[in-house]
Design a protein around this ligand. Sequence first.
Ligand SMILES: *Cc1c(COP(=O)(O)O)cnc(C)c1O
Length: 391
Amino acid sequence: MTNSFHPPQRTLMGPGPSDVSPRVLAAMARPTIGHLDPEFIRMMDEVKSMLQYAFKTDSPLTMPISAPGSAGMEACFVNLVEPGDKVIVCQNGVFGGRMKENVERFGGQAIMVEDDWGKPVDPAKVTAAFAANSDVKLLAFVHAETSTGVMSDAKQLCQIARDNGALTIVDTVTSLGGSELDVAGWGIDAVYSGTQKCLSCPPGISPISFSEKAVAAIEKRETKTPSWFLDQKLVMGYWGAGAKRAYHHTAPVNSLYAFHESLVMLEEEGLENAWARHQLHHNALRAGLEAMGIGFLVEQQYRLPQLNSVMIPTGVDEAEVRRRLLADYNLEIGAGLGALAGKVWRIGLMGAACNKQNVLLCLSALENTLAAMGADIRTGKAIAAAESAYS
Ligand SMILES: *Cc1c(COP(=O)(O)O)cnc(C)c1O
């Protein structure tokens, strides 16, 4: 006989998933009802309107996809890219590379604009790419690059696309709920996100939103969208305004209860307050780390508050540090990805995990562990530095 699975109680300060609030977990345990039940449909309408609030858009084509953030990414590309379309793809980390894959798999031509990992997308390079290529249909970039901890200027990049008559696809998986995002105000045409980063919900749902211009482009397609599951025209029959809620697929009922609850919590806190909270705790974490002598990968003005890429002190076995944090403190932090593997740790301050208790736990756990391993850090200063950032 196999026993029930009881996971350990961790503190999740990596690149996601982040800690899920007990309120959200409790919502998930409520009774499953039919996905066409009138009460479920009432809840879906509330999810849609709270999601419009979170994204700052009133687009009716705003809804959660029943799959993780990567499916939201794919939904944007599969609906908007047709064979032969030119797409400028900005890459300054892992996720831009996946955008390129998406473009190419759907028959598009990816025109790459590359920046170093740890640097934001350079708007001048994007302008130059438009100047060098005619008939570009789309500009795609990552707002908050979780692999490096960098924020790019989405507002300016969208303006460049608009000036060149192109639509935009923007990855906001890590920015939504954690830093300023204004989908309508910045003129983003297709946006996707995830639930398990700054919304602090279990993974597996991807909110998306399309502008009127994006919908028009989807309607003008000459070829059928090559994915049945992600074809927005079909999904709208279930999620659309005034739609007859025809069966498309069985919605993940309980996961959507959880998502609903996390959006209720975001509304209660207020979007701007949530952004400010991420900044506040980032400031305290930074003060503590710097007092220890640990520096950041990214220049201060481009740093994401919710994802801190910090330099590993020289000579330290970084995997052993993470193993000890998990074993001794139940604390998870992230390793570096790709080109940054072995060079940085990624410390997340996302959603419900972004609080003072976690900042202090992380600083003391890291300090104790590094000191015990003989790392070259300053001890006895970090907590006081964080406390003074709070006062
Ligand atoms: C996490 C993440 C994704 C992928 O989301 P999944 O839910 O893991 O599929 C995409 N883009 C960015 C920037 C992310 O941080």
